[in-house]
Design a protein around this ligand. Structure first.
Ligand code: NAP
Length: 640
């Protein structure tokens, strides 16, 4: 049954009005939706409020409901492709602030206003299509990035095989099944741009929902037939003569097999090898002891005394879940995380929002762009270091100090009944130094429980009974849980890679992994890494965005091989060196590069080896297509 105007008006109470108004411009062709008195004003720490007065909101809903009703009855969109000046105004309007010019073509692409997205592969001519068919690509990993690579290679007509150590697709969403695990950036942004899900049940959905999404993607694109599960890629060896990678795979039966591929794409993430702390006595604990990424669902925590080591993003999610069940919980904190208030963190997406996403063309795209701007690009200035800043190590600029004060005020407000906890949970390092977690109150509520203690004394050793701290106190427990993160800077640690002339990738890196654009490697032709060195984001953007850019670039590289008839490509060493020099210089200019921060973003040499130090727009632009001038292209050798 079709909705009436009045029903639609009611439904729109759940819609994000600035995104709706941008969509209305395209539906009605009228630009007076973007009038000054309806321009949103956002508070960066209050993500839902648009600042539009309620009386004005009612007028907007009524007018929009009429337009949507007419559209659903068959009236076509009046301006599906707005001219650039209108698009420019829509963009500024939805963000509530002027957005730099350089985002215009990015947005046109995101909204797919030019008929096709830059991310869709196009091998236009029969010659290119035939050349694509002659390639074979091995993809390591069937998680978010590996599935994406499979989709794009299928669309490009390039034969491929995906290999995964796990028994199913999903990668991090398959492995991390700890209680409370959920995505920490909004799902309407944390989804493939070409596969929006208008039915996400929550703004930040739990792990099983994410796993289902990726399983659904594998089914929809018929990817399983390309995947070898429970198989480890152990070694890659470049054959200089034949320009192919010889890839050694080990199945679960222990048997090895060598397969050949013209190119290898690693899609294994940065956070997939658990890290156990370097603490004396590790492994001596008598009871069950496990890492958050290898959660022991067979261990019943009910009524047990539990110790948790670590207070990063994972512990922040599982501690509130397990606290009510256990007899006693001792949380060992080395440094506290910064948390940003996000009251709707655990809330359902209202039904009216889902309806609007589904029925109002372009609303989903504008909503996604608004999230992108508010939580990533628009937020970055607050974590930028001011070289003249002299206000102490707790901040990196005046704006950053203000943000710090706002976050502390939120902690203080929650701890009115337990002011003793405030100094313990307030980080000494600047906000933005590590990935901030999202706060809807459950973390501090858990720490305030009678059965929970937060210990900030340094851990001296682990014993068969529990943990001994530097002050000599022993904390006994039945179960020990490590929320101690991952061996992030140890890129591709499971894989032996022998490049040109038998050169070893890990020896080349010497523990300090680098790449060109995070993707390509001099001396290692046709090796492409997704989410490689220096492509992580701190300010809570979606890593799917990065993977889509990287895969576009990789498919572009394969196209370059097909176009030029080259058999191998690798970045020029001077291009790679200059890129890495710029990356290091730029990383020093952000809160996460501050010498007062120690985190998994920095490797053993103190270099920020994980993070992308520019805007997301810069990665988008840099990865539109490989510049042939950046590469050494090599023709196939004559084989006698
Ligand atoms: P993490 O952020 O690296 O946290 C590890 C925790 O263990 C930190 O509190 C760390 O303290 C502590 N720790 C490490 N070694 C220790 C030692 N020897 N003694 C005492 N404490 C020690 O790891 P994570 O929580 O697993 O998160 C890693 C990343 O995964 C996140 O930054 C995020 O990017 C991602 N993640 C995302 C989600 C999500 O989207 N929902 C959820 C979980 C994780 P220090 O801070 O002092 O080093």
């Amino acid at each position: 049954m079709a909705e009436t105007v009045e029903q639609i008006e009611e439904i729109l109470k759940d819609a994000h009005l600035p995104a709706l108004m941008c969509a209305m411009v395209q539906m009605t062709g009228e630009t007076d939706w973007l009038r000054p008195e309806w321009t949103p004003t956002y508070n960066p720490l209050s993500r839902g409020d648009t600042g539009i007065p309620e009386a004005e909101q009612a007028k907007i809903r009524k007018r929009a409901a009429e337009a949507i009703h007419a559209h659903l009855a068959g009236k076509p969109l009046a301006m599906p492709t707005p001219p650039t000046d209108v698009l420019r105004r829509q963009m500024d309007f939805v963000a509530g602030a002027p957005i730099p010019e350089q985002y215009v073509d990015f947005l046109e692409d995101e909204l797919v206003l030019k008929g096709r997205s830059s991310k869709e592969p196009h091998f236009e001519t029969p010659e290119l299509k035939a050349a694509a068919r002659r390639l074979k690509v091995l993809v390591v990993g069937a998680g978010m990035s590996g599935l994406l690579t499979g989709i794009r290679l299928s669309q490009a007509g390039v034969p491929f095989e995906i290999v995964d150590k796990n028994a199913d697709v999903g990668g991090t969403w398959f492995e991390n099944a700890y209680p409370g695990c959920r995505v920490d950036n909004a799902n309407h942004m944390y989804s493939y741009s070409f596969e929006p899900n208008h039915a996400w049940p929550q703004h930040f959905s739990p792990q099983p929902v994410l796993l289902d999404y990726f399983r659904g993607i594998a089914a929809k694109y018929d990817l399983r037939k390309h995947i070898r599960f429970e198989t480890l890629v152990e070694q890659l060896a470049w054959d200089d003569t034949r320009s192919v990678w010889r890839c050694t795979l080990k199945g679960k039966d222990g048997k090895t097999e060598v397969v050949e591929a013209n190119a290898v794409v690693t899609a294994v993430g940065q956070l997939n090898r658990p890290r156990f702390p370097d603490i004396e006595g590790l492994g001596t604990f008598e009871g069950p002891a496990f890492h958050s990424a290898e959660w022991r669902h067979d261990v019943d925590l009910k009524g047990k005394r539990v110790i948790v080591i670590g207070t990063g993003a994972s512990a922040y999610q599982f501690v509130p879940e397990i606290a009510p069940d256990v007899a006693h919980l001792t949380v060992f904190q080395r440094s506290p995380p910064w948390a940003l208030p996000v009251p709707h963190y655990h809330e359902d997406v209202p039904e009216g929002m889902k309806w609007t996403l589904e029925h109002v063309p372009y609303y989903d795209k504008w909503y996604r762009f608004q999230l992108f701007w508010m939580t990533t690009e628009g937020f970055l200035p607050m974590v930028k270091s001011d070289p003249k800043w002299n206000g102490g190590p707790g901040a990196v600029s005046g704006e950053n100090a203000m943000l710090r004060e706002m976050a502390i005020a939120s902690f203080a407000q929650q701890l009115q009944d337990r002011p003793d906890l405030l100094p313990k949970v307030t980080p000494a390092y600047p906000l933005g130094g590590k990935r901030a977690v999202l706060d809807n109150g459950v973390w501090l509520a858990a720490l305030k429980r009678d059965n929970v203690d937060l210990v900030t004394e340094k851990i001296e050793r682990i014993t068969p009974k529990g943990v001994v701290t530097a002050d000599g106190r022993e904390y006994e427990a039945d179960v020990l849980i490590y929320g101690t993160g991952f061996q992030a800077s140890n890129f591709l640690s499971f894989l032996k890679v022998k490049g040109r002339g038998g050169r070893d990738l890990h020896e080349t890196w010497g523990g300090d992994a680098r790449a060109y654009l995070g993707i390509t490697h001099p001396g290692f032709p046709n090796l492409f890494t997704i989410y490689g060195p220096n492509t992580n984001i701190v300010v809570n953007g979606s890593i799917i965005f990065f993977s889509e850019c990287a895969v576009r670039y990789i498919v572009g590289a394969l196209k370059l091989l097909a176009e030029t008839g080259a058999a191998a490509m690798e970045p020029k060493k001077d291009v790679y060196d200059e890129f890495n020099r710029k990356v290091d210089e730029a990383n020093a200019g952000w809160a996460w590069g501050s010498p007062h921060v120690s985190s998994w973003y920095k490797n053993q040499f103190g270099r920020v080896s994980q993070n992308w130090p520019f805007g997301l727009i810069d990665y988008w632009r840099a990865t539109l297509a490989p510049n042939p001038d950046d590469y050494v292209l090599e023709k196939a050798k004559e084989v006698a």
